[in-house]
Design a protein around this ligand. Structure first.
Ligand code: NAD
Ligand code: KPL
Length: 305
C-alpha cells in the first residue's frame, strides 16, 4: 500500500508533523539524506518528541530518497535553501498530481518549486508552531502555534485535511496564502535582522522604535506594490505587538547565527529587497539593513545568502 504521507527532512518541524501523524494512526515515512543518517536513525529507534517535559519515542518508518515507493503526498520540511535540491533527489518518485506541502519560511523557494514541478500540486504553508532539535531525532515541541495552508492558484480544500484534524495539527485553509506568507515575511524582516545586529532579545527592540517605524513604512509600500495591501494593514502595530509578546525570546535568525547555522536571509530580507528592486521601489532602510546583516554574517563565517 502506498503510504499517504512522505516527510522530507526529519528535523524540527518534520519531526513534529511525523510524530503527530504517526500516533494518530496515519503512519508517514520520513526521508533521510544519506545511508549513514538512516543507520543512525535506526539505531535511535525512531523519532522522540518532547512535550510538556515528557518524552515519547515513535518508531516512524524511514527511507532514502532513492527508495522505490511512489510518492503521492510530500511534506517538505527542509530549510528554504535546501528544499528544491532535496525534492530533485526524489522527483522521479512523484506521481502525477502529487501534493507537495511546503513548510518553508519566507518566499521564493515555494515559487521555484511550483515552477519546476508543474505536474504536482503545491500547497504553501505558513507556520507559527515552535519546535527545535535537542539532539539527533529528538524534537522539542516548544511553542503552540498555527498553520495556514493554501494554494496560490486557488483550489478547494483537499480531503486529506481530515488527517491533520485526526493528528491534532492546528491548521486552517486559506484562499490568501500569499498574503499570510508576505505578512509573516514582513514581520520577520522588521524584527529578525535587528535582533541579530543589536545582539538582543526581541523585547529590547522597543529601544529601536525609529528603525522599526522606517522599516515598517518601506515594508508596507513594498506589500502594496505587490498587490498585498491587506498584508500591509496595521503592520507596524503588529510588529510592536509581536515584539512585546515575544519579548523574552531570541528570534529564529538570532538563534541560527548563535548556533553557527546558515540563516534563511535570502528568502526573507533578501527576497524583500530583490522584489522592491524589480518593482522599481526605493527601499534604502531595507537595503541598508541587508548590507549590514550580510557584512555581519560574513564576519562570523556564515553564508550571506
Ligand atoms: P531543521 O534544520 O530543524 O530541519 C531541516 C531538516 O531537513 C534537517 O534534519 C536536515 O538534515 C534535513 N534535510 C536537508 N536537506 C535534506 C535532503 N536533501 N534530504 C533529506 N533531508 C534533508 O529545520 P526546521 O526548523 O524544521 O525548519 C524547516 C522550515 O520550517 C524552515 O524554512 C523554517 O524557517 C520553517 N519553520 C520552522 C519553525 C520551527 O519552529 N522550527 C517554525 C516555523 C517555520
Ligand atoms: O517568527 C519569528 C522568528 O523569530 O522567526 C518572530 C518571533 C515572530 C520574530 O520575527
Amino acid at each position: 500500500m502506498t503510504p499517504s504521507w512522505h516527510i522530507l527532512g526529519a528535523g524540527s518541524l518534520g519531526g513534529l508533523w511525523a510524530t503527530r501523524l504517526f500516533r494518530a494512526g496515519v503512519p508517514p515515512r520520513v526521508i533521510l539524506r544519506t545511508p549513514q543518517r538512516l543507520a543512525d536513525y535506526h539505531a535511535s529507534g525512531g523519532l522522540s518528541l518532547i512535550e510538556h517535559d515528557r518524552c515519547s519515542l515513535y518508531p516512524v518508518a524511514a527511507e532514502l530518497p532513492d527508495a522505490r515507493t511512489p510518492i503521492s503526498r510530500l511534506l517538505v520540511a527542509c530549510k528554504a535553501y535546501d528544499a528544491e535540491a532535496a525534492i530533485a533527489e526524489l522527483a522521479p518518485r512523484l506521481v502525477k498530481g502529487a501534493d507537495i506541502l511546503l513548510l518553508q519560511n519566507g518566499l521564493g523557494s515555494q515559487q521555484a518549486i511550483a515552477e519546476r514541478w508543474p505536474d504536482s500540486r503545491c500547497v504553501f504553508v505558513s507556520s507559527t508552531e515552535g519546535a527545535y532539535r535537542e539532539g539527533d531525532f529528538r524534537i522539542v515541541h516548544a511553542g503552540q502555534g498555527h498553520n495556514w495552508l493554501g494554494a496560490p492558484e486557488g483550489r478547494t480544500p483537499p480531503s486529506w485535511l481530515a488527517e491533520l484534524d485526526a493528528a491534532g495539527i492546528p491548521y486552517a485553509w486559506t484562499d490568501d496564502i500569499l498574503g499570510k506568507l508576505w505578512r509573516k515575511l514582513a514581520i520577520n524582516c522588521a524584527i529578525n535582522p535587528l535582533s541579530v545586529l543589536h545582539d538582543c532579545r526581541n523585547g529590547q527592540l522597543l529601544t529601536q522604535r525609529t528603525s522599526l517605524h522606517r522599516l515598517c513604512n518601506e515594508l508596507g509600500d513594498l506589500l502594496r506594490a505587490c498587490n498585498q495591501a491587506g498584508a500591509a494593514e496595521g503592520l507596524e502595530d503588529e510588529v510592536l505587538r509581536v515584539v512585546e509578546a515575544t519579548a523574552n525570546n531570541y528570534s529564529s535568525m538570532y538563534q541560527d547565527v548563535r548556533n553557527g547555522r546558515r540563516t534563511e536571509v535570502s528568502f526573507l530580507l533578501g527576497q524583500a529587497c530583490r522584489t522592491a528592486q524589480r518593482q522599481g521601489l526605493a527601499t534604502p532602510e531595507l537595503c541598508g539593513l541587508l548590507e549590514r546583516l550580510q557584512a555581519f554574517l560574513r564576519r562570523h563565517g556564515l553564508p550571506a545568502d
